[in-house]
Ligand binder design. Structure first.
Ligand code: FAD
Length: 435
């Protein structure tokens, strides 16, 4: 049996068998067969979670890569129903051809639509929520092989649980998204000292549709990225393809990857390299189709942890983190990323009922990261932080319960739809408790 591993190679598993259904009927048959044998079932996304949330150890793994594409779209309402295994890059291209787009996206487009919503994948923008807030209806296959449709009007509790459902409730077969007319974004990126960014962060967040910044932790400079909707009558001015290739592929991936390998080989060089990277950030302005601005290629492998903290706690969290950097056992090669999102109503969303700032920390693959991540976790949890379900963290159900007011409601819905734990795995047992 072929071993499964995630993108970051932080989780591996050997499934009992892998089934690649061509339609929901074949998927339902695979679930029923697994249930009869007393086996667990794990729907596979594209393996881009850093946690073992998607690990199919000893399970019947459902590979949904043959279940892709848009089923129907109504350009008038923006409602688009898409098969759950569709990768976001394919979805974006198909939407573009229909004159539609996702209102907000994360940093990359390699995830499947079901995998992305299931862990609460988000981008940035204080007036917008994560990808799951763009979902209007879900169709799921349950452990008994039956089909359920849920939306705000039909089975609303299942809908509130399943939009960020961690793959713990069933197999999502289709996702209906509320899309928006296709739009272009004007991107403006420039370096700025961290102190200044923190001081005027509220203004930056208020005055821009999407804002984020990167900060190399051993330096004091940031790269601030602001993306704003381009008026419809202004044609986008994309980067020249050669410049796009040089800056994104060569500088941000190949050159940065080479520097990371130097730092991994000679840790004493990490701090100066960090400062060098931070001081060579340059300004860049262009505009392009929204999905080409939101997402970028990422070929340098890393490990990541991310916490959602109350927006008003961001300043203190970063100040503490900055103070802690000097006490770390090992230097950190990768930048910290800060983003924001609006409050939402999804039970296990990291932004449930609070305007949120996201702080993500990273380390280059193969370099020591545990002390850095633990230090960050202590600071973020003291601020009431909620960890991204798909990124490295050490919390368990007892610690998470107090952070999610609807945690027990989620568990109740889970017990109702999956009474025998067909969709459990060790990570879900840890973060949700046994079914
Ligand atoms: C380079 C990189 C960049 C990233 N950028 C961002 C970012 O900008 N913002 C952000 O929030 N996150 C980001 N992430 C995290 C990533 O978006 C999430 O971990 C996401 O869940 C990965 O999607 P996937 O398709 O790979 O799902 P997987 O990781 O494969 O699976 C995630 C969960 O979804 C379940 N699942 C998959 N398909 C189904 C289905 N059909 N029905 C029910 N459950 C299902 C799986 O069983 C598992 O429980 C990034 C990750 C990487 C590696």
């Amino acid at each position: 049996m072929t071993a499964w591993t995630n993108w970051a190679r932080t989780a591996t598993a050997i499934p009992h068998r892998t089934v690649s259904p061509r339609d929901p009927e074949e998927a339902a048959a695979a679930i029923s067969a697994a249930a009869r044998e007393g086996r667990t079932v794990r729907p596979l996304g594209s393996g881009h979670s850093f946690t073992p949330v998607g690990a199919p150890q000893d399970a019947v793994a459902l590979d949904l890569s043959r279940w892709t594409g848009i089923v129907r779209a109504d350009p008038g309402t923006g409602l688009v129903t898409v098969r759950s295994g569709t990768p976001l890059h394919q979805l974006n291209a198909e939407l573009d051809a229909l004159g539609l787009a996702m209102a907000n996206l994360g940093d990359i487009d390699r995830q499947t639509v079901a995998g992305a919503i299931s862990t609460g994948t988000h981008g940035t923008g204080a007036r917008l929520g994560g990808l799951a807030t763009q979902v209007e209806e879900l169709e799921l296959l349950l452990a008994d092989g039956s089909t359920r449709t849920c939306s705000p009007r039909q089975e609303p509790e299942l809908f509130d649980a399943a939009r960020v459902g961690l793959g713990a409730l069933g197999v999502i077969t289709t996702v209906t998204l509320r899309c928006v007319p296709a739009f272009a974004l004007a991107a403006d990126e420039h370096p700025e000292p961290l102190d200044g960014v923190l001081e005027r962060f509220d203004d930056l967040v208020r005055d821009n549709d999407h804002v984020e910044f990167y900060w190399f932790p051993h330096g004091s400079n940031t790269l601030v990225k602001r993306n704003n909707r381009l008026p419809d009558d202004r044609p986008p001015r994309p980067l020249h393809p050669v410049r796009h290739f040089l800056e994104y592929e060569v500088l941000e991936n190949r050159v940065f990857g080479a520097l990371c390998r130097v730092g991994r080989g000679v840790p004493a060089l990490v701090r100066p390299l960090n400062r060098l990277c931070g001081s060579t950030w340059s300004s860049r302005s262009y505009s392009d189709r929204s999905h080409r601005v939101f997402t970028t290629p990422r070929s340098v492998r890393f490990v990541e942890s991310e916490y959602a903290v109350p927006r008003e706690a961001l300043h203190d969290v970063l100040t503490e983190l900055r103070a802690a950097v000097g006490r770390l056992e090992h230097p950190v090669m990768f930048p910290v990323e800060v983003r924001v999102a609006a409050a939402d109503e999804i039970w296990l969303s990291t932004a449930y009922r609070r305007p949120t700032a996201y702080v993500a920390i990273h380390q280059f693959a193969g370099m020591p990261y545990r002390h850095w991540f633990r230090t960050f976790e202590d600071i973020a949890t003291a601020a009431g932080g909620r960890p991204h379900w798909g990124k490295v963290h050490g919390l368990d159900a007892d610690e998470l319960r107090g952070r999610y007011p609807r945690f027990e409601d989620f568990r109740r819905v889970r017990s109702a739809v999956d009474p025998h734990g067909t969709f459990r795995n060790p990570y879900l047992d840890r973060v949700l408790g046994p079914p």
